[in-house]
Design a protein around this ligand. Structure first.
Ligand SMILES: *[C@@H]1O[C@H](CO)[C@@H](O)[C@H](O)[C@H]1NC(C)=O
Ligand SMILES: *[C@@H]1O[C@H](CO)[C@@H](O)[C@H](O)[C@H]1NC(C)=O
Ligand SMILES: *[C@@H]1O[C@H](CO)[C@@H](O)[C@H](O)[C@H]1NC(C)=O
Ligand SMILES: *[C@@H]1O[C@H](CO)[C@@H](O)[C@H](O)[C@H]1NC(C)=O
Length: 536
């Protein structure tokens, strides 16, 4: 039905009375309903139907017997709801399923309510008229003007052909053009990768590092920072199959996930508040974030691959300020899903913006001290990442989450491009980058390091202090590199203490070596936080 909801009648042996009293509308063009069911122990059933208007609808037909035993494996049965076409009317349908659990002698009646609009069939009247009248009288008007109608026909066919021919020529020209451009792009990326990457295998190392940080070997540059250089299209070089193979060990069955509300929605992706059922004890449930695509067919393979690959950025890491992926669901024919632990206040950027709205009426909604405390937590998480030599590459408020105790966790950037399209820009190539959060060396040379993460931390701190404003909002993304090179930075937010702005400004030093380390940032912010407490 295109609904973003799942309706369970019985789940974990509990009957949902809400679902049973829900009267679901069946679209008038839908003639079949499919029910999937299974039982864990021996359960006998009796199935019956009631229809309130037999003139409009025939008795529903079903392809299982009216009584028997509920199958032990997931099975499907089909109910046919076909209108008679005699009258226009809304029909109420009641499907009654009586279940007897043999072991406990428990008898349960499940009532499934449906309603459907039935319409009078108009074609039937016409065809019967045709039958009885001679076809000649009906077709005569057409025969009366055969020449004009055929002429019109030939002219329109001719015009259509001409249009198709023109379109084909235009497409061919465009195609040739784009082929040339791809060739150009290839040569550019080849030359840029030759500066940084000695072998393509370095790129694989980079993935290994994010996935298995424990046994990754650091690539240490002369500056003492582990510098990573990334090829432009590193994500696109992974196929969907490879991405799936990498998460196979944390794959779970779709039945363990229940989707509740949609928290965020983009063009092709969605984040749900979901429920994850414990593997061993089905009565134990955990809340979760579920990242998924809207439609299996609409989301391209590249988008799904990116979602899976980017979700693995923090995989296997344990720190109280990090929120890594815990599971995936990649069952055939299901929407691919990525599961993360739940944080009840959700996305940090959206939370900050919410605070901004509230602040208009209530200036005490969130204190500066709270914001600095959030910054400390982010710096702690990043410090841990830097020690593990994991480079985040997309630190920003949008990639953090928060709960009602103001605990902040850094998470991966899967789906962020889709959910926050204004924060990413294409600079001529096909890659969407968080331009306004990127250090100059990342923008210009595609170089990422913990020092470039420090830069992004400075911007994130600015986002905290401005309650979720967009940095460099007036600057054209194409001008960013030149602007930064000229020494311009984002201005000091109103109400932001000088000491705090000084911390941000340090993060934006052009020379990566001059930027503070995350450990120093934690220390300095902690001192500032304490001082704030002393004044209050
Ligand atoms: C189910 O049980 C109810 C109550 O005992 C009974 O009225 C109804 O006819 C039964 N339905 C079927 C399909 O057997
Ligand atoms: C009933 O029909 C559905 C759909 O056509 C099919 O998937 C299912 O296997 C059928 N069930 C039985 C018991 O024949
Ligand atoms: C049968 O099971 C349902 C669902 O668990 C429960 O609500 C009901 O009380 C049980 N009835 C009897 C007679 O045990
Ligand atoms: C047959 O056509 C005539 C007019 O041509 C119409 O009056 C009559 O109702 C038609 N018969 C039927 C059965 O529809």
């Amino acid at each position: 039905l295109g609904l973003d909801a799942e309706l369970y009648y019985v789940r974990n042996d509990l009957v949902s009375h809400y679902a049973l009293s829900f009267n679901l509308l069946v679209p008038s063009e839908t003639n079949f309903l499919h029910f999937t069911w299974h039982a864990k122990s021996k359960v006998e059933y009796k199935l019956g139907f009631q229809v309130d208007n037999f003139v409009a609808m025939d008795m529903p037909q079903v392809n299982i017997s009216a009584q028997g035993e509920v199958p032990r494996t997931l099975s499907v049965f089909r109910v046919e709801l076909s209108c008679t076409g005699k009258v226009d009317s809304e029909v109420m349908i009641l499907m009654q399923l009586n279940l007897t659990v043999t072991s406990s002698k428990n008898f349960t009646v499940l009532n499934f309510k449906r309603r459907k609009m039935c319409y009078k069939k108009l074609e039937e009247v016409k065809t019967s008229a045709l039958d009885k009248n001679t076809s000649r009288t009906i077709y005569d008007p057409v025969h009366a003007a055969p020449t004009t109608s055929t002429r019109v026909f030939y002219i329109s066919v001719g015009v259509c052909c001409a249009v198709i021919f023109l379109v084909a020529i235009i497409l061919a020209v465009l195609h040739l053009h784009s082929m040339k451009r791809i060739e150009l792009d290839d040569s550019i990326s080849a030359s840029s990768s030759s500066q940084g990457l000695s072998q393509p295998s370095t790129q694989t190392t980079q993935y290994l590092r994010a996935d298995t940080p424990n046994n990754a070997t650091p690539i240490t540059s002369s500056s003492g920072y582990p510098t990573l250089r990334i090829e432009k299209n590193d994500l696109r070089s992974v196929t969907l199959l490879e991405a799936k193979a990498k998460v196979k060990d944390i794959a779970i069955s779709r039945e363990r996930i229940t989707l509740k509300d949609v928290l965020q929605e983009g063009t092709f992706g969605r984040i749900f508040h979901g429920i994850l059922i414990d593997e061993k004890d089905p009565n134990k449930e955990k809340q979760a974030f579920v990242k998924t695509v809207k439609d299996v067919d609409q989301a391209s393979e590249i988008q799904v691959t990116m979602m899976l690959t980017e979700s693995c950025k923090l995989r296997g890491l344990h720190h109280r300020n990090l929120l890594p992926i815990t599971h995936v669901c990649i069952e055939e024919g299901e929407k691919p899903m990525v599961i993360l632990p739940y944080m009840n206040w959700g996305n940090l950027k959206l939370f900050l913006r919410q605070c901004k709205l509230v602040e208009a009426n209530n200036p005490q909604a969130i204190s500066q001290q709270d914001l600095v405390h959030m910054a400390i937590q982010i710096a702690c998480g990043m410090s841990y990442l830097a020690r593990r030599e994991v480079i985040h590459k997309d630190l920003a408020a949008r990639n953090c989450v928060i709960d009602d105790t103001l605990q902040v966790k850094i998470t991966d950037n899967a789906l962020s491009r889709d959910l926050f399209p204004m924060d990413y820009h294409c600079l001529g190539d096909n890659e969407n980058r968080p331009v306004r959060w990127m250090a100059l060396e990342s923008l210009v040379n595609n170089e990422f390091s913990s020092a470039s993460d420090v830069w992004a931390f400075g911007v994130t701190l600015w986002e905290l202090m401005t309650l979720g404003q967009t940095p460099y909002v007036d600057i054209d993304p194409f001008e960013m590199a030149a602007y930064l090179k000229d020494g311009y930075r984002i201005a000091q937010p109103i109400n932001c203490p000088d000491e705090l702005f000084a911390v941000m400004a340090c993060c934006w030093a052009l020379d990566p070596e001059e930027r503070p380390k995350f450990q120093q940032l934690v220390q300095c912010l902690t001192e500032f936080h304490a001082a704030l407490g002393a004044y209050v």
